[in-house]
Ligand binder design. Sequence first.
Ligand SMILES: [Zn+2]
Ligand SMILES: [Zn+2]
Length: 272
Amino acid sequence: MASLIESAWKFLISHFSDFQLACLGSFFLHESVFFLSGLPFILLERAGWLSKYKIQAKINSPEAQERCILRLVLYHFGVNLPVMIFSYPVFRFMGMRSSLPLPSWKVVLTQIIFYFILEDFVFYWGHRVLHTKWLYKHVHSVHHEYATPFGLTSEYAHPAEILFLGFATIVGPAITGPHLLTLWLWMVLRVLETVEAHCGYHFPWSLSNFLPLYGGADFHDYHHRLLYTKSGNYSSTFTYMDWIFGTDVGYRKLKALKNVGIEENSKEKKQW
Ligand SMILES: [Zn+2]
Ligand SMILES: [Zn+2]
C-alpha cells in the first residue's frame, strides 16, 4: 500500500510542478470531493429516499438548490482559487514540500489531529463573533439563508466569511508546513466532515453515533434551524467547546426531551 501511494506520488511530481500541484491540484481535489460528496444529498432530498432519517421535515425547492450551486461555483473560482494561489508562498516559506520521501503515517496522523483540534477552536470563536448583530446581518446571514441545510450549503457563505473562517482551516497547516500529501488528506477529511454536518440526515451509521465528542449533522442542523441569537452549537467538528462555554444548553435540553419521548414510547409499546 505504502509503495503504491509512493509510486502514484512519484508520477504526480514528475509530471507537474510544485506550484501546479499545490494550487491547481488542491483546487481540483477540493472541487471533486466537495461536489461528489454533497450532490448525493440533493438527490436524496429531491427523490424523498431515506426520508425517515431526515432531520427536518421541510425540503428545499430545486430552484433554491440550483441557486446555491451557482453561487458556490462563482465563489470557488473567485475566492477559493485566488486564496490558494496567493497563500502558496506562505506555505512554501513555512516548509511545505511535495518531494519524496513521503512523511511517516505517525507524522501525518499527529498533524491532522492537531489541525482538527485547532480548527475547531478557532472556528468556535470566529463563529461566535459572526453571530453578533452587525456581522450576522451583513455577513453570516448568507450562510443561514438555508435553515434546512443540504450538504453543499456547508460552503455557501459570504466571501468575507469564506476568508474569515477559511483561516481556521489553513492556520494549522500554515504554521506547521506539512507535506502536500498531508495537506490534501486534511482538506479531504475537512470537506467530508463539513458536508456531513450540513447533510440534513442523521443515519444509524452516522459517525456521531460512534465517535464521542463528534458533533455531526444532528448537532449542526440544530444551529441552522434556530434564530441566530438563540442557536448555540457554534463548533465545527467537536462538541466540547460548546459544552465548556455553555452554548449547547438549548440543544442538550431538546435532546433530553427527545430521549424521554423515546423511552415513554417504548414503555407504551411494551404495555401493549
Ligand atoms: Zn452560524
Ligand atoms: Zn452551517
